[in-house]
Design a protein around this ligand. Sequence first.
Ligand code: ACO
Length: 425
Amino acid sequence: MARLELDGKTYELPVVVGSEGERAIDISSLRKDSGYITLDESYGNTGSCISNITFIDGEKGILRYRGIPIEELAEKSSFVEAAYLLIWGKLPTTEELSTFSALLTKHEMLHEDMRFHFEGFPPNAHPMAILSSMINATGCFYPQVLGDGHEQFLMQAARLISQVRTIAAFSYRKSLGLPNIYPKPTYKYTANLLHMMFSEPYQDFELLPEIVQALDLIFLLHADHEQNCSTATVRIVASSKANLFASAAAGVCALWGPLHGGANQAVLEMLEQIHQSGDNGSKFIEQAKVKNSGKRLMGFGHRVYKNYDPRARIIKKKCDQLLAALSKKDPLLDIAKRLEEAALSDSYFTERKLYPNVDFYSGIIMRAIGIPINMFTVMFAIGRMPGWIANFKEILESLDGHISRPRQIYNGPQDNHYIPIGKRK
Ligand code: ACO
C-alpha cells in the first residue's frame, strides 16, 4: 500500500507489481475517495493498462515479446512467427504456423471493388492517408467477419495482417500511376509485398534473399512496443467497442506523425538535407540543441529508452550487412554514423539520455531496398499491425470492459454568458 496525505486525510492506495518487478500505484479509486484526480499531461508516468504482451526496460535497453528477447527473435524467428507469438501469446507449433500462413495467403486479395476507392485518391496523396482509409474500408467490405468469437477473430487478424500489405503495395503503385500487381500465393509474406510493389506485368522483381530477409527483420523489430502513441490509440478506440479495422485505422493515423512512426521518413529527409548542404553533420547537431530552432536530431531520443534502443543496434548491423551484400555504398549511412558518434560524445545528448532509436537506421535499409521515403512509415505500420491486433485482443478479452476515458483539469473561462451576435465587439 502507498499512503497519500491530502487535506489532513490519509488515503491508502494499492501498489501493483508486474512480473518484471515494475511498480505502480493504483489510483483508480482516488477520485471517488478524495475528489482528486492525478495529472500527467503526456502520460510519462501513467500506466494505462496491465498487459501481458511486451516488456521494455528503457533504462537497460531491453525489449521482449511475450518474454522472449528481441535479439533472439531477430536472429531466429520471422515476422509471421513473431506476429503469431504476439497475438496468441505463444510460439506456434509447425502446424499452427502453417495454418496461420495459409490464412494469410487465403486473405491476401482485396475485394475487387476496393480498387474504385484507390482511384478516388489524388496522385500525390500520402500513402499513410490511403492506408488508414483503406483499412477502415476493408471492414465495410467484410461485415461478416466483424462478429465475435475465436474463428471470427482469427479471420479478422489474418485478413488485416495480409491485406495491409496488399493495400500498401497498391497505394505505392497508385502514387506512380502503375498497374496493380496481384499477390502470388506461392510467395511468403515479405517476398509477396516486394513482388506487389516492384514487379511489372511483364517482369517479376528479383527477390534477392538478403533484401527479403532485411525487410522481414524490419517488420519483426517493429511488431510491438507496448503503450506507444499508436498502440495506446488502438486500445482507446477498441475500448469503445469499435471493430478491429476501425481501431487499426486509428493506429495508422497516430503512427503517421513525425514524433512517432513518421520519424523514419524525417530521418532520411534530415540526412539528405545534411548531405546536400555539404555539412558534415556538426552544424545540424548544433541547431538541434537549440530549443525552438525547429530542428531535432530525428531518430534520436525516446520516451521510454534512456539507453540505446536495442532495435537500433540490430538495424545498424543489418544496414552494414545489406549494403555489403548489395555492394552498395550510401553516403547517408556515413552521415548517420558521424551524427551518432558526435551526439554520443556531446553532453547535451548524453545528459538527456538521447540515443539512436529504431528509426535512425531503418530508413537506410529501406532506401537500399528501393522503397521510397514516403512509404517508410507505411512499412512501419505493416510491421506494427500484429502488436495493434494483440493489444486489441487484450481489450476484447478484458473482463472489466470499461471505455477508456481520461479526465482533465478545466482551466477555461468561468461564468461566461452568451452575447447576441449584434452586440459582440
Ligand atoms: N534532438 C534534440 N533534442 C531532443 C531530442 C532530439 N531528437 N529529443 C529530445 N530532445 C530534448 C528536448 O528538447 C528536451 O530538452 P529539455 O530538457 O532541454 O527541454 C529533452 O531532450 C527531453 O525531450 P522530450 O521531448 O521532453 O522527451 P519526450 O520523451 O517527450 O520525447 C521523443 C521523446 C518524441 C521521441 C523525442 O525524443 C523526439 O522528438 N525525438 C525525435 C523524433 C523521433 O526520433 N521520434 C521517434 C521515436 S521512436 C518511435 O516512435 C518509433
